[in-house]
Ligand binder design. Sequence first.
Ligand SMILES: Cc1cc2nc3c(=O)[nH]c(=O)nc-3n(C[C@H](O)[C@H](O)[C@H](O)COP(=O)(O)OP(=O)(O)OC[C@H]3O[C@@H](n4cnc5c(N)ncnc54)[C@H](O)[C@@H]3O)c2cc1C
Length: 465
Amino acid sequence: MIESKFMNRRTFIQYSAKSAGALLLPGLLVTACHGNDLCESENWQGKVVVIGAGAAGMYAAQLLYKAGAQVTVLEASGQYGGRIRPLTGFSDFDIELGAEEVHGNKTRWYNMVQDAGLDFTNTETTDLLALDAQLLTEDAAANDPDVTAALQFAENLYNYSGPDISVAQYIANQGIPARVHHLLNAFIGNEYGSDNTRLGAKSTAEADDLWSAGNDNYALKNGTLLSALEYHCPDILDKIVLNQPVQAISYTDNSVTVTTETGNTYLADKAIITIPLAILKTGAVTFTPALPDAKTQAFANIGMDAGMKIILRFTNRFWPEDTGSVYGNGYIPEFWSTGFGRSNQNNVLTAFICGPNAQYLSSPGQNAIQTALAELDALFGQGIASGAFDVGFVMDWFKQPYIGGAYSYPSPNSETHRQQLALPVANTLFFAGEATHTQGHQGTVHGAIETAQRAVNELLCSVKG
Ligand SMILES: Cc1cc2nc3c(=O)[nH]c(=O)nc-3n(C[C@H](O)[C@H](O)[C@H](O)COP(=O)(O)OP(=O)(O)OC[C@H]3O[C@@H](n4cnc5c(N)ncnc54)[C@H](O)[C@@H]3O)c2cc1C
């Protein structure tokens, strides 16, 4: 595995890891709902409506189908995959607009991706970091005492157990010099889907403590994550009904009626709800009877912020060939070299921004591509990036009407609420999706997959005689 000084335990940093020799551990993680029962293989022929066709919804539907259930998947948008979405035709390789890396090798998702015939890249990379007015390699930056202090802080954060102040406040309390705050924001806040002013120090430590996926990250050498999802959900692709935004859910102890904005009504015995947290927060979907207060408090208390990727294609590569990430000090915490390790010719950088900065770049009057180019020019030399710019694409997840942001994050005092978010209601409504992961894998695809397993297991246990 490739190790780096700038890699914390749960980094989203673009590191390509060697797949050869990777430990293949069994990925099964099913939370039992009744004692130690595992109900995933139960046979049950009831009717289930799954709401949302992202990773969690599609995988839940596939597991239910295999168990014998009659499944319908209602998807609000015109495509399935949710926050797994490839951009094809932009460059000579497919680009991931949402989830891009497989985090860890101890999950079912890691095995699923390989089983689908996809390979991981096998390349070593070097990161570049903006410090004062310079762009330093990771080795050069590691000699700077403030960078060392920042890295130590990131390392120690995961032991923090004090009051749930923001990570930014904790950084200030520790006296970490301001000249490296942008690096800590890139390593921690941005990776977790927001920024350091909004992450709770204790909640982040709690979530990270539960992380069991493994610490290495894997980038695809070929294909797309959507193709892996399709490969593993073959029986339910024709059960997905697109353009069906669910508006109202009314339920009893043994039935559920789901009504869509288009006026369609679906009756079922059970529902699995995988709607992203940012949408649940808005109250756009009504529940009758109303959900328990603890559940709606969980919607409110767990954070989910804006998130954006800016994909930039250049006529020539102005960054060193082995570049992994470039940590800037403007609105964009991190760029990475996209497609490195694939057999491609195009020169592509991805900018990844979450939290208030993403919201700012999403606001009227802002031009995210121009901002990205100006920040790259400031890092690499005046006119270097803008002069080589060819074409750009902005994926603004905040503006996606049925997603509403990047992914859930450990906001102050949030983590205890995830249990409530995940709890079934009336043995009729079951909740899945990344934000309902209670074991630290929120904000990831493997986490979404694991919640699908958990929710299906709960559902099948609930009908067990
Ligand atoms: C920019 C970005 C980068 C990321 N990078 C990574 C990464 O590198 N690795 C990783 O593991 N994870 C990453 N993630 C996170 C990962 O993509 C998500 O955690 C995961 O895909 C979420 O799956 P889900 O099924 O819970 O939700 P979604 O994929 O959001 O699926 C929910 C579905 O519900 C639908 N829906 C919403 N409202 C309604 C309604 N009213 N009626 C019917 N349907 C509805 C939505 O349209 C959507 O299709 C990233 C995410 C983003 C945005």
